[in-house]
Design a protein around this ligand. Structure first.
Ligand code: PLP
Length: 720
């Protein structure tokens, strides 16, 4: 892990060495139960008391309660239960208690989820009201002013975990103090600890949950401050630990470690000042601007924690930036760690009403306040390297000369195809998804390509929208293009002796086979005026002919198209569809004939398609991490294939056990599959970052009949 630059501190961070020592000490030496009355217990109690006393001083707890919890989520539950228990009592006594539970629109999900949960469970029947934020991420005080008189509890946060935006707590407090305001107030202080000065007892805040692991203590330890006199109900009852405020034998390792972190915070010297951190941020921002010239920052620096930078790069989805960073050993995230696996737009940025593209492409970079200048320098160097990798030619394939290629472009269930010829600097777009128009135009412009045709296979609204979007984007980018089938072209004779229009793309023919209003396109070697079935490497067939996609398409129309198609291709032709559902958007006739489905059964009757495909591939073949070295030694002819994007590969090429990987991204798999099928005996071992993409690649190759397609389980993340 030495090579790793960890910039995801808002998710969690490494434990400080003094905290590790403190934890080990209470596990090995002062291991007693602080409730025991003997000397071993008393020594443990001392650790507990010292940690609590230090915590009280650090957050300025005054006469308030301070209890250790398992983390902020538990602290939030305790605060919510305490407030709602009071509401319930008042409701039963017929006293006024407010009707609203107000929470900030950018609050951590733990807050609204807990409010809804306990409100339902306790039967308090209050209404949840979301307090909006402005474009800078600050709470709308005018709305709070309107909601507060009816509020039983108001929840806000001190600083946001995704954007670092620091709340105007003084402004909120002023509203909360206005006459007639009785509401209780919880402030989630998780991201504030160690980064903002705290003097809680001097404020009107009733509850403040904290989490240890956001400031270099271990996970599973946190604390809750409760203002003196604020209603309190224990969430966990039992043996009466923590003054009966939170029962259960204390997590002494966590408490000792958290105590050590708080002591370091109090004594100074470990955590940097605001000024130092702001200077670090400035350096990172400079590096980011150099790496990604079009970058936009999603929160104003003057209102945000200096340790959090949230940004979007036009034309790059969060996932792509994350993968790129990951390839250079830089760990960042797309938003909160809790939603990282869901790949959804950031609700925090949506609440700030930022344009949709910024919410879907947001990246959060965060560092802990204990970092030093050397770390920041190393981070900046890596970030700049990411930018350089991004400029790697996305159409280059390692180990291959410049030439013709086919790139798959998928987005939101649509799949488009770009046929290109590098030497002649031209390309043809088939079924371009509208959402990718800007990106295709940028690609064509950066490569100086002319777009000879923008084509659809089916005459439907979605296909037309994709073509229109691409044509506008090309026009805007100043790229030379022709919409539809080119006016000037040639013709070729196909396998069934029919003569159809065709265009030359380098040393290949692209032929158009019209089927009523629809068409399919065949791509293959241009050997004179013929394009026999044996030479057809690709057929772009749209969505209607896809297995499982027959709904709404008259079978007769499909049958005609499919029978014609089957007579014009060979068993290994890549059949490229315009839809991507659970199955990948391309296959081969041989695989489909075996796999069944409408198209499959039609293709199966064609005598031409006799290549045996693997029957029912159920499980992907995988090489376990610990067996990879042996696998490579026993298969000297095995080829490692890195299916990450070219920029990721350029940022951190894959070499495993001394063997360098070829880079064939997922978007070029259809193109390469034909080549591999011709030499089926060599084992292919697909690799990627986490093992997801490589599993899909191996499965896809197996499906089309490649018996020796493996993938490295767990990916390179576990190999390094
Ligand atoms: N609140 C905020 C602002 C957070 O960032 C987090 C952690 O992601 C939590 C609450 C939950 O903290 P814990 O993991 O300690 O339960």
């Amino acid at each position: 892990m030495n090579n790793e630059i960890y910039l995801d501190a808002n998710a969690t961070c490494a434990t400080l060495p003094v905290a590790v020592e403190a934890a080990v000490d209470v596990m090995a030496e002062r291991f007693g139960n602080p409730s025991s009355s003997h000397a071993t217990g008393i020594r443990a109690k001392r650790v507990l008391d010292e940690a609590r006393a230090c915590a009280r001083r650090v957050i300025g707890a005054g006469g308030g309660r301070l209890m250790f919890t398992s983390g902020a989520t538990e602290g939030i539950q305790t605060a919510v239960v305490s407030a709602l228990a009071q509401v319930r009592e008042r409701q039963l006594a017929g006293q006024p208690c407010g009707t609203l539970l107000v929470y900030g629109a950018t609050d951590h999900k733990a807050v609204p989820e807990s409010l809804a949960h306990w409100n339902r469970l306790l039967g308090t029947k209050l209404e949840l009201a979301c307090l909006p934020v402005d474009g800078k991420g600050r709470h709308r005080l005018d709305v709070l002013r309107a909601l507060a008189p009816e509020a039983a509890l108001v929840c806000t946060m001190a600083a946001n975990n995704e954007t670092g935006v620091v709340s105007d707590l003084a402004g909120i407090e002023a509203v909360m103090r206005e006459e007639g305001r009785e509401a209780l107030w919880m402030v989630d202080c998780v991201q504030a600890l160690g980064k903002l000065p705290l003097a809680l007892a001097d404020t009107r805040i009733d509850y403040a949950p904290f989490s240890g692991h956001k400031l270099s203590a271990p996970k599973g330890i946190g604390m809750l401050y409760v203002r003196e006199g604020a209603p309190f109900t224990p969430l966990i009852a039992g043996g009466g630990q923590e003054g009966a405020q939170r029962s259960g034998t204390e997590n002494m390792a966590g408490i000792a470690a958290f105590g050590a972190v708080l002591k370091a915070l109090e004594q100074g010297g470990v955590f940097r000042s605001h000024g130092e951190l702001a200077a670090y941020r400035e350096r990172i921002v400079l590096a980011l601007r150099e790496a990604f010239p079009g970058i936009v920052f999603n929160a104003p620096f003057d209102l945000a924690l200096p340790t959090t930078i949230n940004f979007s790069v036009p034309g790059l989805a969060s996932r792509e930036v994350l993968d790129l960073f990951d390839a250079t050993g830089v760990r960042v995230s797309a938003g909160s760690a809790c939603s990282a696996s869901k790949a959804q737009p950031s609700y925090v940025l949506q609440a700030m009403q930022l344009p949709a593209w910024r919410a879907t492409s947001a990246v959060r970079l965060s560092f802990g306040p204990q970092v030093d200048a050397a770390f920041i320098d190393a981070a900046c160097q890596r970030i700049v390297r990411c930018g350089a990798a991004l400029r790697a030619d996305p159409l280059a394939l390692s180990g291959q000369a410049r030439g013709a290629g086919v790139l798959q472009m998928s987005c939101e269930g649509r799949a488009g195809w770009l046929v290109f010829e590098q030497r002649e600097e031209l390309c043809v777009a088939i079924d371009p998804p509208a959402a990718l128009a800007a990106r295709i135009a940028a690609l064509a412009r950066s490569h100086g390509y002319a777009v000879r045709a923008v084509l659809t296979t089916e005459d439907d609204a979605q296909a037309r929208a994709g073509c229109d979007a691409l044509c506008s984007a090309l026009a805007e980018s100043g790229v030379l293009f022709e919409a539809g089938w080119p006016r000037q072209g040639a013709s070729v004779r196909l396998g069934d002796a029919s003569v159809v229009p065709a265009i030359r793309i380098g040393d290949q023919w692209l032929a158009r086979v019209a089927q009523g209003e629809d068409a399919f396109y065949l791509l293959g070697a241009a050997n004179g005026p013929d394009l026999p079935a044996s030479d057809v490497r690709f057929a772009f067939i749209g969505g209607a002919q896809a297995p499982g996609c027959a709904e709404g398409v008259p079978l007769a129309r499909m049958r005609g198209a499919t029978e014609r198609l089957a007579s014009l291709v060979n068993a290994d032709t890549a059949l490229c569809r315009s839809v991507e559902s659970d199955t990948p958007p391309w296959s081969t006739p041989a695989a489909l004939a075996h796999g069944g489905g409408v198209l499959g059964s039609l293709l199966a009757v064609q005598p031409l398609l006799c290549r045996p495909a693997l029957a029912g591939v159920a499980n992907v073949l995988q090489v376990e991490q610990q067996s990879l070295e042996r696998f490579l030694a026993t298969h000297p002819d095995a080829v490692l294939v890195d299916v990450r994007e070219p920029a990721e590969h350029a940022a951190g090429p894959a070499t495993l056990h001394g063997r360098a990987a070829l880079n064939v991204p997922m978007s070029r798999l259809a193109e390469q599959a034909g080549r591999w099928l011709r030499d089926e005996s060599r084992p292919l071992v697909f690799v990627c970052r986490s093992g997801n993409r490589s599993a899909r690649a191996a499965l896809q190759l197996q499906r089309i009949g490649y018996a020796q397609a493996w993938h490295l389980s767990g990916g390179m993340a576990l190999a390094t």
